[in-house]
Design a binder for this molecule. Structure first.
Ligand SMILES: Cc1ncc(COP(=O)(O)O)c(C=O)c1O
Length: 449
């Protein structure tokens, strides 16, 4: 069947539209949301921990007392009262900022899109961790950016790897528009950048005249430590900072923000007005009223405990169930762990079998602009109960063990067990791909696995 038969409007789309495909996470949602499947795929905050009665009362009161304002259009930059609160919240991570420099957005996802619109022409280079947040990759791909991944390890982005990437670009006569980084409880890697590395990365940015886009939705969700200083706290002129109420309060309100130097902030406001006129006054006033009347700091502590318990269940189950050769990161906050399969297994090819076994995850390939990362998967522990997490890991470990057995049956084919036909499937196995090299986002050489 021709591609126009699949989509009769295909020939009319802009070139960039042709590059838009459903993210692997979205494609998974339909299957993963079946009740019999334990989904370790989605990154949904656990709203069962939110006191809905209290939130309902805040919303009801707001509409009754200030409904004419709350339900009206607002300003393109966002409500000044909320921007004040946002500055108080950012101060928890060492950021000194003026409400004038904050632009409220529809989640931090819109902020990502605005930054892309303001800075990127097709073909522009963006540096991003390896692996990187799938939603940012989607936005960058819609902006037709050329994403170059930079290695990270358990201590976050590796400064020497960043320097190498910047030097390589310089020898090509190119430069990057910015570095995109998630320094805290990384999505999907589950690791945080150490304070020392933050300083090194900021120093490198100054040395190479590089802008940094710091995306920080999870910073207040650490299990064992106080929030670390943000990169933005170390350089106010070079770092654009994205924040969000999605993980610390509720994603359904869609309230996030971007903090940027004054000149950039003006462009971001213009871009946002062109896109949405203004962010929702209602959502912003709900957030302000919640912050003013509810014990939001205690609520964040409750969220942390909920996620800590689930993290413990996942790490414990992984160490009990997974076969030798499987490794994973040990998050001390946030929602995710990043798992590396034993040599030769392919998480993407294995996914249909996992879903058959009633467990879902996101294959690592979703988190690389070039579609590599097949040995990896992201496991989320934020949403299911600890019991379901244990059961999900048990099912997943069963699938991995089966794949290893298949691999042993087909030893000649570079170990790509997941791509082998099952004895009964009648499929032919495609050629083995290349196994990427490297640190967290890339597989170690097979002999080290
Ligand atoms: C790293 C990162 N950035 C941005 C977002 C988007 O969040 P928001 O709900 O604020 O748009 C997410 C959501 O999962 C995320 O993990």
């Amino acid at each position: 069947m021709s591609s126009t038969a699949l989509d009769p409007y295909r020939d009319r789309y802009a070139a960039r539209t042709l590059g838009m495909t459903a993210s692997e996470i979205r494609a998974l949602f339909a299957v993963a949301s079946r009740p019999e499947v334990v989904s370790l795929a989605g990154g949904m905050p656990n709203l069962s921990a939110l006191p809905l009665d209290a939130v309902g009362a805040v919303i009801g009161d707001l509409v009754i007392r200030r409904g004419e304002t709350a339900l009206q259009y607002g300003s393109g930059q966002g409500d000044p009262v909320l921007r004040e609160h946002i500055c108080e919240i950012m101060a928890l991570e060492g950021i000194q900022a003026s409400p004038d420099d904050v632009v409220v957005t529809v989640g931090s996802q819109q902020a990502l899109d605005l930054v892309a619109r303001v800075f990127l022409d097709p073909g522009d280079i963006v540096l991003a961790e390896s692996p990187s947040y799938v939603g940012a990759l989607g936005t960058l791909s819609a902006a037709e950016a050329d994403v170059r991944h930079v290695a990270m390890d358990d201590a976050g982005l590796i400064p020497e790897a960043l320097r190498e990437a910047l030097d390589r670009l310089a020898t090509e006569g190119r430069s990057a528009k910015f570095l995109y980084t998630v320094p805290n409880y990384h999505n999907p890697a589950g690791v945080s950048m150490t304070l020392e590395r933050r300083r090194e990365v900021v120093a490198l940015a100054a040395e190479y005249d590089l802008l940094i886009l710091e995306d920080n939705p999870y910073g207040l969700l650490g299990f064992d430590r106080e929030p670390m200083d943000a990169l933005r706290a170390m350089d106010a002129d070079r770092v654009l900072y994205l924040g969000s109420f999605s993980k610390t309060f509720a994603p359904g309100l869609r309230v996030g923000w971007v903090l940027a130097p004054q000149a950039i902030r003006e462009k971001l406001i213009l871009a946002s007005e062109a896109q949405i006129l203004c962010p929702s006054n209602f959502s912003q006033m709900v957030v302000s009223a919640y912050l003013e009347t509810q014990p939001w700091r205690d609520q964040i502590k409750i969220y942390r405990e909920v996620y800590r318990e689930r993290r413990d269940a996942m790490l414990d189950a992984l160490s009990q169930q997974m076969p030798a050769g499987t490794t994973w990161t040990h998050p001390d906050g946030g929602f995710y762990t990043w798992l590396t399969l034993p040599g030769g297994l392919d998480a993407k090819a294995m996914l249909p079998r996992a879903v058959e076994a009633r467990v879902a995850y996101v294959a690592g390939t979703a988190f690389f602009a070039d579609g590599s990362g097949e040995r990896h998967m992201r496991l989320s522990y934020c949403f299911p109960t600890p019991e379901r997490i244990r059961e999900g890991v048990r099912r997943l470990a069963g699938v991995v063990k089966e794949e290893l057995e298949l691999q042993a049956m087909f030893p000649g084919n570079a170990g790509r067990a997941s791509r082998h036909p099952r004895p009964d499937s009648g499929q032919t196995a495609p050629d083995p791909g290349t196994v990427p090299r490297g640190r967290i986002g890339q597989a170690p050489p097979p002999d080290l696995a």
